[in-house]
Design a protein around this ligand. Structure first.
Ligand code: PEP
Ligand code: MG
Length: 754
């Protein structure tokens, strides 16, 4: 059955369409539309605001007010009722505006004659592009039907606001005000690097023009065909991807699951049964989900919303048959510009040609940013209003180091970029040439250099870097990308793959380190108040022993007749370590009894990342075959500073006396007990921080594959004896950061810090 709002809207829409078909300027169309809306909503007046650059809205048209204040009034997002609707993307119906705390009287509008109000956001690609509002002279009780009706009309208005004639109109307004577009725009860098190319504005989905449909059977059929086609294409695309395997592919697999979600499909079908056309039904299903999930602060859920946006756009493009746009720049370097992007969308382009990605929104943990990083694409995010500045086909240069976008770059800028790109390539060649040279200091000290891996994409670095082995295999990463908990066989296939790629080189398997910022999609988490110090990592696997036992069994089976290194994360005291170790050896004995081939040797270690173990090193070290310092977590706990909180990003420095003293204590103790000790946290991947570590006495580092060359180059240009003396001095400093001193030291001593 059609919903009452939709039934009513059908008639209104016919009238509105007639207006848009008239050969009159868009400003006149807008005022006629408002007149019609005011009439059908039995209101006294109405307004239409259009967002100018996502930080404020301009009044574009009014009807029924004493004065026409069009283009004379602007409101910031979150300012007053209109700004609130724009900011929250939620409708607002008020029986008495005068009682609403955010109500601000606008002399320009003479709102004094009005008492009540309904305002709805006009949304496209999940951005507020405007606000539509109707005003009543009397206090009025509204029903959901009224609000839903106005929301449906807003979908239609979105189509007009993004139309080419509207963008021409906006341009002419800017011109008449003497405004020019910017040439250099600041953003936040999510991945470094430089790139130049032609802008491709990524707007896969056309606006929803098709809002209602009477033939439900036909719409359901269209939905079914589009949905099936989309999923078949996704299956083919990901099965035949040229990208090999890696974290990005695992993210894409999770996405594929999402596309097949039955609940979502059902919701769309229900919307069609309510009278919406398939495209609008998809949009409504997305908006419903968005309303429910967007208030959550859970980063996992927020990430899923990005995926959902991507899937909704994709499905709409199948419904509209509009799937060819990515071909137009074939053979040319491109810079993608998107409001936000799902991970799968990046793969619709030839990734070898993508020289940069510009996102209007975006966070470092966004899936598309992770995928772009894996592909070495510079990424800039949080550039509000980018769509007003960049048009398809314009030349754009992106500086991921400083965080700037240049639109139509000047010859000088282009030259500068070409130089930087050439320098980068030259450096990459220089670092690659170090491959077969030893990681040895100028005074002849050999440093063990290992890499951290998560997904098979990283495994390539074992060969390309010629490292000594894998110092940290984050086994939770394949778990995170999996749609269900991987069974023992599946795990064996992951682990054996790494063992095979390592050959005779050592590979340290870390047991599952989930919880906190690493969540498993198939596992319900309790919504802890402090997840970083909550039920996570070894705390989970000791409590859910079967998971640990299965993982250990998979480790043992994958290392048959080889040396196995197992490391336990987040150990807080000796008893936890012994408990985990006992489980490991029980499994080992069990497999042996069963006649399974077991590893020739099993070495067990732990991560040093919870400060309590620093006070028990004398008891723990004699029981451990090796330790590895997880400086990411250790620093967060030593400074009591959330590692994911951007507000604290530059507050504490690991290059400061307190933290370096902690690091020195650990290596001195490990040396005293003759226990192998390495660092596998980010400090080992940052050349200046790694310099401090080797100056403190660390002889083994495990860094990311991409940082390997830079760290090796630093090692090969340093004299450890001199550096150690300098570090002793630095430890006495009371400065909050010793970074400038270390950089000067490196500079003065010809140490290569790239
Ligand atoms: C660390 O904490 O330094 C570490 C290597 O572990 P992760 O970053 O995986 O928590
Ligand atoms: Mg850690």
């Amino acid at each position: 059955m059609q919903s009452p709002a939709i039934k009513q809207a059908l008639g209104i829409l016919r009238q509105l369409r007639q207006i848009t078909e008239n050969n009159i300027p868009v400003s006149q169309k807008l005022s006629s539309i408002l007149e019609t809306i005011t009439g059908v909503m039995q209101a006294a007046a109405s307004t239409c605001y259009v967002s100018v650059d996502d930080s404020y809205l301009e009044l574009f048209s009014t009807y029924g007010f004493a004065k026409d204040a069009s283009h004379q009034m602007r409101v910031r997002f979150n300012e007053g009722m209109i700004g609130e609707i724009a900011q929250t993307k939620r409708s607002l119906a008020l029986n008495n505006i005068w009682l609403y705390p955010k109500f601000v009287l606008r002399p320009e509008l003479e709102e004094k004659d009005f008492k009540s109000f309904i305002g709805v956001p006009i949304i496209q690609w999940n951005r507020t592009i405007g606000v539509l509002a109707v005003y009543y002279s009397e206090e009025t009780e509204y029903s959901d039907v009224d609000v839903e009706l106005l929301e449906t009309i807003a979908m239609f208005l979105a189509e007009i606001i993004v139309s080419p004639e509207m963008s021409e109109y906006k341009k002419s307004l800017s011109k008449s005000r003497g405004l020019s577009t910017k040439e250099k725009i600041k953003g936040v860098s999510l991945n470094k690097g430089y790139g130049i190319g032609l802008a491709v504005v990524h707007r896969r989905r056309q606006s929803v023009t098709n809002i209602f449909a009477e033939d439900k059977e036909k719409e359901l059929r269209r939905l079914q065909i589009a949905h099936q086609q989309m999923n078949e294409d996704l299956d083919n695309k990901f099965n035949s991807t040229k990208l090999g395997i890696g974290e990005h592919v695992d993210i894409l697999d999770a996405y594929r699951m999402f596309a097949k979600d039955k609940g979502w499909y059902q919701k769309i079908a229900t919307n069609i049964n309510g009278g919406l056309a398939a495209e609008a039904a998809v949009e409504r299903a997305y908006e419903d989900m968005w309303k429910r999930l967007s208030a959550s602060t859970d980063s996992y859920l927020k990430e899923r919303l990005h995926d959902l946006r991507d899937v909704a756009d994709r499905l709409q493009s199948y419904l509209s048959g509009d799937r060819q746009e990515t071909k137009s720049y074939e053979g040319k370097d491109i810079i993608l510009v998107a409001q936000t992007m799902g991970p799968a969308e990046l793969m619709d382009y030839d990734y070898n040609r993508i020289k940069g990605l510009i996102l209007e929104d975006g966070t470092p943990t966004m899936h598309v940013a992770i995928v772009a990083k894996a592909l070495n694409i510079p990424v800039l995010a949080k550039i509000k209003g980018i769509f007003a500045e960049i048009q398809n086909g314009q030349k754009v240069a992106i500086d991921g180091n400083e965080g700037f976008v240049f639109v139509n770059p000047s010859v000088l800028v282009e030259k500068d970029f070409a130089k930087k790109i050439a320098e980068k390539e030259q450096l990459a060649r220089k670092l690659a040439a170090l491959r077969n040279l030893p990681a040895q200091t100028l005074d002849g000290k050999k440093i063990g250099m290992y890499i951290n891996v998560g997904l098979p994409l990283d495994f390539d670095y074992i060969e390309t870097t010629n490292c000594d082995g894998v110092g940290l295999y984050r086994t939770e990463i394949p778990f995170m990308a999996s749609e269900i908990m991987p069974n023992v066989d599946k795990q064996v296939s992951y682990y054996k793959d790494l063992m095979d790629r390592c050959g005779h080189k050592k590979a340290i398997f870390r047991s599952l380190d989930v919880g906190s910022d690493k969540l498993l999609p198939y596992w319900a988490y309790g919504g802890e108040a402090n997840p970083a110090i909550g039920w996570r990592s070894i705390r989970i696997t000791l409590d859910r022993r079967a998971i640990l036992r299965k993982q250990i069994k998979a480790f043992l089976l994958s290392a048959a007749d080889k040396e196995l290194y197992v490391m336990f994360p987040m150990i807080s005291d000796l008893s936890e370590f012994e408990d985990a170790k006992e489980t490991l050896f029980m499994e080992y004995e069990k497999e042996k009894r069963r006649g399974q081939p077991v590893p020739s040797k099993v070495k067990v270690g732990l991560m040093i990342e919870v400060p309590s173990v620093l006070f028990q090193l004398d008891d723990i070290l004699p029981k451990a075959d090796f330790i590895s310092v997880g400086t990411n977590d250790l620093a967060q706990f030593v400074f009591a500073c959330d590692r994911g909180n951007p507000k604290l990003l530059e507050r504490y420095d690991v290059l400061s006396a307190p933290f370096l003293t902690v690091m020195k204590t650990i290596i001195d103790k490990a040396d005293e007990y003759g226990v192998y000790c390495s660092v596998c946290g980010e400090m080992a991947s940052n050349p200046i921080e790694a310099l401090a570590l080797i100056g403190l006495g660390y002889k083994n580092l495990s860094c990311s594959g991409s940082a390997f060359g830079k760290v090796k180059s630093m090692i090969r240009s340093v004299n450890i004896a001199e550096l150690s003396d300098y570090m002793q001095l630095l430890l006495k400093s009371s400065k909050s950061t010793l970074r400038p001193q270390l950089i000067s030291y490196a500079y003065d001593h010809g140490i290569e810090i790239y």
